[in-house]
Ligand binder design. Structure first.
Ligand code: ADP
Ligand code: MG
Length: 688
């Protein structure tokens, strides 16, 4: 049903509602109140103690405007039990005139203790002998957006609720009644009616805390739909074919023997999991989570090995050119006997044509950035797609790459490549199970041996001079340092300019050191040259913007200075800090900040000082920012629950997970209907 069919909603308002994700009247029913006001009764003034909000009614005794810099309109009322004051800081002269002594007034608002007894500041009120009837249910207060008033939302939901009562919408109950009874949850329709217009005796605390059975009933179906959709997406892919790529111990050993180190237990385990997947004839869909520096690249290399021994092609995509180039160097080292081809946005003209020909021809390992999935890139025989630092990519970019291998040599059915997704954003397990319910998840939960814990210190900007000594000490010891400039909000141009300024300053300050500069506006080749020189220890102090945030691996660097650390989020700080502590010497990270710190910033910096453990940091981040932010803005879509919150509703998520498994067994048809009902979610989800 169209929104415009409701009274009071015209075309413009409908459009504004669309921005809230409300496209029709049914959506409006799923736009739930944030809180409630109780206007179902009048409270006597003498009983107001202990109320946070209340409605009173009495006679105006007097009204006056106080003298002073900021005049206040004070209205004293008496309801026969006691006096109280209503105060208006903003008022019109006409309002003052209306508030005549002797008139009846009804007022609703937050109850405060004033100097002369109870008071309400800026109450909602109505004047006159004849007051409207009291509300029959609690008054819902909806999440608003610009240009849409609370009144409008209340009026339109009231109409929607009436229509719902008269059976206007197809909202048949999809969950088994005996199950709902057992959980003490109402039917869907009853739940909707209840949350929009709760009866006067409703447990308001429960409603406010979002734990009322009616709210739980709505959430559980939303969460169920999520799990079911994820499962469906996963099953759909499992029904496709992929090349089975078994690999022998001996074939693994050829590669392993070229490594300068032994695998950690965690790396070995994850590689086993990946290779087991790849030996199946349906596409792998695996996510590897490993904290910064846990050694994901070599895990990727062993996944590649499985495809390469079968003469297949593999592709690895990185979010930045710097990181892609780094992978190129590493993997060329590992696969010296293979043809390794690079493709990124900077490669144009003739070299690009050549690269494309090789990708369609005898290339084995293909590495690059998102340029890899432009439509004119055609692969000869792609069997494995690896996406590094996946949280940096948008959903669409990932999808496009995944589709690349489609339509190959399949026997009637589509053949897909295996896909391996790697991320350094440690997501708490519970959250990962929700966000990645369509993927298998492996965790590298061990760092290579001999890593020393990075020593993190906080330094007030005013103590900057102390830093010079630290930097000089480190560099004269043969070590190297990063200096990270972090201007956020501004343009890349501004960021680069700030880095340039810092670079010049530091050059002056350390004439005896080789200082380098890298930022997003440098040409690719220049970036590469700077990185090469830093890797070769030609540059001792590297001034950088956050372009070095992901993946960069220079084990000899042992000192990192981060400017304006108080402005960065926890996970970004953790990623940046992860650029040091990659070798076996003691590393240090100096977080510069400008006092005074907000409470939130204090917690963040303190957390950074106290722990190096990415999972602990993620847990704290989750508390501070919520799940949407943790998964990265670009991935928000995958976690956009309308009603539920993975952290607060952890119990419900657990319950829904078992329920989903049961329902898929017992009633697949109903599963489809549930997904369909919550399709908005499902459509976004299926893409992940
Ligand atoms: P990530 O991508 O997980 O942040 P990298 O793959 O860049 O980490 O590896 C970080 C560093 O650790 C690299 O210099 C790599 O050579 C090294 N490394 C990886 N695995 C091991 C291991 N098992 N033992 C010692 N060093 C390792
Ligand atoms: Mg990496």
């Amino acid at each position: 049903m169209e929104l415009t069919q409701l009274k009071g909603i015209g075309k413009t308002t409908a459009e504004k509602l669309h921005t809230l994700g409300i496209n029709d009247v049914m959506d409006l029913l799923f736009h739930l109140p944030l809180r409630y006001e109780d206007k179902t009764c009048i409270t006597a003034i003498e009983d107001l103690l202990g109320f946070s909000h209340a409605q009173v009614e009495g006679e105006i005794v007097k009204s006056y405007v106080t003298q002073g810099r900021r005049p206040i309109l004070v209205v004293e009322i008496d309801d026969g039990t006691a006096f109280m004051q209503l105060k208006f800081f903003n008022f019109y002269y006409s309002q003052k005139i209306k508030m005549r002594a002797g008139l009846r007034i009804r007022a609703y608002g937050e109850i405060k203790h004033g100097m002369y007894g109870m008071e309400i500041i800026h109450p909602e009120f109505s004047l006159g002998e004849k007051q409207p009837a009291l509300a029959e249910s609690l008054t819902p207060v909806y999440p608003k957006s610009e240009g849409i008033s609370q009144k409008l939302l209340q009026k339109s939901t009231a109409q929607a609720v009436q229509l719902l009562k008269f059976g206007e919408f197809d909202l048949s109950e999809l969950l088994p009644t005996d199950w709902l009874n057992k959980q003490n949850m109402p039917s869907l329709i009853d739940a909707l009616l209840y949350v929009h217009r709760p009866p006067p005796d409703a447990d308001v605390m429960q409603l406010l805390n979002q734990t009322h059975p009616a709210q739980q009933r709505l959430k559980i179906e939303e969460i169920l739909a999520h799990f079911l959709a994820m499962h469906q997406a996963r099953t759909a892919i499992q029904q496709q074919t992929a090349p089975a790529l078994p690999v022998s111990q001996k074939q693994n050993q050829t590669l392993l023997s070229r490594l300068p180190f032994e695998l950690t237990g965690a790396q070995a385990r994850v590689i086993k999991e990946i290779q087991a997947d790849m030996s199946c004839s349906y596409p792998m869909q695996r996510l590897v989570q490993g904290d910064v520096g846990s050694g994901k690249t070599v895990v990727a290399a062993l996944a590649m090995q499985a495809a390469l021994v079968h003469g297949k092609q593999v592709v690895m995509m990185a979010p930045t050119e710097i990181l892609a180039e780094q992978h190129l160097v590493t993997l060329k080292g590992y696969f010296a006997d293979k043809k390794v081809v690079f493709l990124s946005g900077k490669i144009k003209g003739r070299p690009r044509t050549e690269a494309l020909a090789e990708i369609g021809g005898d290339a084995d390992v293909i590495i690059g950035t998102h340029a890899l999935f432009q439509s004119d890139v055609e692969y000869r025989d792609l069997a494995l797609v690896i996406i590094d630092e996946q949280h940096r990519f948008g959903v669409h970019q990932r999808l496009m790459l995944k589709n690349k291998g489609q339509g190959q040599k399949g026997l009637g059915r589509e053949t897909l490549p295996h896909s391996l997704i790697m991320t350094a954003t440690p997501i708490p397990r519970t959250l990962a199970q929700i966000a990645y319910a369509n993927l298998d998840v492996s965790v590298i939960d061990e760092l290579p041996p001999n890593r020393k814990v990075i020593n993190t210190v906080l330094l007030d900007n005013s103590k900057m001079p102390q830093l010079a000594l630290r930097i000089r000490n480190a560099c004269s010891n043969g070590e190297q340092a990063y200096w990270v400039c972090t201007l956020i909000e501004e343009s890349e141009h501004m960021r680069s300019k700030a880095a340039q300024d810092t670079f010049e300053e530091l050059q002056n300050q350390f004439p005896d050191l080789e200082v380098g500069l890298i930022h997003g506006r440098l040409k690719s080749d220049d970036k590469q040259e700077v990185m090469d020189r830093f890797k070769a220890n030609d540059i001792q102090l590297l001034v950088a913007t956050t372009v070095i945030e992901v993946g960069v691996d220079v084990p000899n660097a042992s000192l990192m200075v981060i400017e304006n650390a108080e402005r960065l989020g926890l996970s970004q700080l953790h990623q940046l800090r992860g650029r040091v502590g990659r070798g076996n010497r003691q590393s240090h990270c100096v977080l510069m900040y400008q006092a005074p710190l907000s409470e939130n910033a204090q917690i963040r910096l303190q957390t950074m000082r106290e722990t190096n453990d990415g999972f602990k940091i993620a847990q704290q981040d989750l508390k501070l920012r919520g799940p949407g932010e943790i998964l990265g803005t670009r991935q928000k879509g995958s976690m956009e629950f309308r009603l539920s919150n993975p952290e607060q509703d952890a119990q419900l998520f657990k319950l829904a997970k078992t329920m989903a498994a049961d329902l898929m067994q017992s009633n697949p048809k109903v599963c489809d209907l549930i997904i369909k009902r919550w399709q908005k979610q499902a459509q976004t989800l299926a893409k992940v």
